[in-house]
Design a protein around this ligand. Sequence first.
Ligand code: HPA
Ligand code: ZN
Length: 334
Amino acid sequence: MDLDGYMRALPKAELHLHIEGTLEPELLFALAQRNGVRLRYPSVESLRKAYEFEDLQSFLDIYYEGAGVLRTERDFHDLARAYLQRAHADGVRHAEIFFDPQTHTSRSVPIEAVIEGLTTAFREAEKEWGLTTKLILCFLRHLSEEDALETFDRARPHLDHIAAVGLDSSEKGHPPVKFRRAFAKAKAEGLGAVAHAGEEGPAEYVWQALDELKVSRIDHGVRCAEDAALVERLKREKVPLTMCPLSNVKLRVFDSIEKHNLKSLLEAGLRVTVNSDDPAYFGGYVLDNFRAAQSALDLLPEDLAALARNSIEASFLPKAAKAALVAEIEALKP
Ligand code: HPA
Ligand code: ZN
């Protein structure tokens, strides 16, 4: 098997994926037409051309605008189905998927339509492709904690569909500690917790996510490298980092993939994983991220297997399901 075939065949879990960030321009245009939404772009090509970002905020502005075409349960179903089909083709066996309810409820789209649409597609993917999924409800950190608490109350009747809460959107100036009560509430209901930290924000936000929000994974976390004591802790406690190399280059967290610290942190013994973040906006799905990292950082087959194993072990899957997938990884020869 060549290296590309090996990367595809490795059983992988995708753990850092915003469903709204999988909205490809073609589907965005189709949904705009279906829902009678007027766009400020005349064509798919002109929209795609606008995907040049300076930083996280310049991306978020266009990402929230794009999400405006998502109106009905069917829209959310079609969005998730398209992603899952693509992920299946990349050898993703399990996906833990973020959604941003506040982006939709603020436009009067009921949270029921969002959750029903997504989970209908999830059930189809499991039945048709054996691809399992979990749903993670993210709070938008640029909004208030009161808004997050209200959102959690709206989601309460649907908690059987939700595995964990997360924290995303504009990081700078919005420290994890701002959401301490919202995370405590979710944890008291038995949900897991993850948070974006150390993408554009400082290493201090990673400490806060661990200590104040009690998260079990850090999304991105690349700026942990600025704090040796933090790196030591992440290693000691085996805290997974859900890294997204193509995203980090598109949003100028790193100048190039060659400069990405994924390999050095993997070699330092951290539980690094590879994910796609917002693939429709950042130029690639999970296999594209593996390919880019492999060639720029000269990752060896054992590095690729470690990344795949880390993703399975860092997931919220039950022990037996993890063991079965890890056994498949061990048995796969490059
Ligand atoms: N960071 C923060 N918020 C986000 C991202 C991200 O990479 N993608 C979608 N929302
Ligand atoms: Zn993200």
